[in-house]
Design a protein around this ligand. Sequence first.
Ligand code: DGL
Length: 282
Amino acid sequence: MSLAPRSVDDEGLPVSRRPIGVFDSGVGGLSVLAALRAELPGEDFVYFSDAAHAPYGERDDAFVIERTLGIARRFVEDHGIKALVVACNTATAAGIELLRAAYPGLPIIGVEPALKPAAAATLTGHVGVLATRGTLASRKFRTLHDTLQGGGQVRFSLMPCDGLAGAIERSDASAIASLSKQYLAALGPIGQGAGEIDTLVLGCTHYPFIADELQRLAGPSARLIETGQPVAQQTRRLLAAKGQLAGEAAEGSLRLLTSGEDAALEAAVARWLPARPVVALH
Ligand code: DGL
């Protein structure tokens, strides 16, 4: 049997026309989806928000892994996806290795806090990392962190932001404001002075939606780093290598699914996703 990537499926339909599955514990992954749609405008996407089980960041690994594998199975069986983007740092940290083992032929792209780009960008040598407790406690993150910190050039200050993704999920402006203030203050001085933090990693896909608030609190000189665009570029590379890009002759569609309230996801999409055709919920 040939192991070359397939251009048609068992029914003779082109694999390139299949959708790309994207999921997060909730609306955070829309920040990654926006970058994916900009990078790959001809692709069809199916987005799943697991809002009934959000937030993932304060749950144990077994729970996040079970959700992650279940969502992937549904994408594969019900939607015949050609690639999966885990648009959630917490789910990537807990489950991406198991996912890759379960679906060896499927391109699977995860997100992880952008420590390497931050290490390259910082001038003061001090980087703040905002992420969920689950992400920061994971073996995957510790390995990345220890490798980069090991060189001794850069210091990372880690901040588990309990409650922040949940507040963004609920669009709770007052909780967002007070938690952002609390966590940035706890990181220590942010600025250009010696030893101060000059670069902040947004290590949760919910946080780009409050980038303005964080920038205001951190000051104009602070550099905020997120991962949507590199994830989108990596998705393009993996699909191109398999000859499975849809092309850009026609504009791709978007289908929205959620385990939570349809209206909440629709409102988040209207607020945060640049306007493009949406093929409705379900
Ligand atoms: N958006 C997710 C992440 O990137 C998860 C937030 C949460 O559910 O706690 O980590």
